[in-house]
Design a protein around this ligand. Sequence first.
Ligand code: PLP
Length: 396
Amino acid sequence: MPGRHFLQIPGPTNVPDRILRAMDRPVIDHRGPEMPALVRETVAGLKQIFQTARGEIVLYPGSGTAAWEASLVNTVSPGDHVLAFNIGHFSHLYAECARKLGVVVDEIDVPWGEGVPADSVRDRLSRDPAHRYRAVLVVHNETSTGVTSDVKAIREAINAAGHPALLLVDVVSALGSIDVRFDEWGMDVALTGTQKGLMLPPGMAVLCAGPRAIEESARVTTPRYFFDWRPVLDEMRRGYFPYTPATLSLYGLREAVRMLLEEGLANVLARHRRLAEAVRRAVAAWGLAILCAHPEWRSHSLTAVVTPDGVDADAVVRAAAARLNLSLGTGLGRLKGKVFRIGHLGALNDLEVLATVAGVEMACTFAGIRLPVGAGVAAAERFLLEEQRTATPAAP
Ligand SMILES: Cc1ncc(COP(=O)(O)O)c(C=O)c1O
């Protein structure tokens, strides 16, 4: 199909030309003199994006799943107990990853479409005077449901219970799109992949580890080699890695960090809030439901749209791909066929969102959903016009 492919799944996201160009270069010697400056700038920039002074960055070739495993093998041992909340497909898989590593997981079921209930965190931890729970596992932005949990409230709940459990947070579809305050919200580990808000192709796992989590890694007994972050931390402090790093991806990551900081993190987050609201206005104008019913939990990086009874949501996704060269996210796990997901994160602007909204409108129509054609585009456009009129971007 002529023209560009609209990749509007909730990650991987569109890779800006600037990042592609930064990676389009000869491979360097990963033990050579270029490495320390490359690593140092990338790490310093990532710390700004995680909003941390006390966290340390750990990089691996891999993806979000690798980052899950790395976060767990360094902080909990087989037989340890952790508290987790099943708020969607990915939070369940994070819990599953822990279980496969021999960890005892108390996985609390929450209706999909809701966030982690902070009062339940406080209750469970208050009823654990022996401090059996070593960690609380949270997915900040649940990509299967389009729900963002309140990590600050979860940290306050842990503190209110006076519990020493570590707070391990999956920020895979949050970092670079949704506010992630590692230090202020007392995170012990935050983890992501490069293919979402960081705008890179899939290929790297990025972790931010706080001092308590790093201390724990000396205590835990989990067998680990590649994912043992202690040698990685040691080498990265000198600008190198104990394994052969994805050198060209590192150039891309440095460029991504530069782009986010040039725009200014506050502006990046405001842009995501604005584009998300434009999409939500469109969904409302179509008369369709957003899976996340509570406005305060609605994600700024994606929207999961519920299709009317009798309409297979996968038919919308198929029509978008086949007829419009537009990729939308399918429903995952128990949401299969019930929702489709619109990704609005990463390198994205107002016009691209309007085109996406137009595409969704057309795909829904092809799939047999009766909606007022043009209404979503008009609602989103009206909102974006008003925002453009009143916006005063913050200095980067
Ligand atoms: C919130 C979240 N966590 C973890 C993952 C798994 O990451 P990956 O697919 O990069 O291994 C994903 C993937 O989309 C995700 O959205």
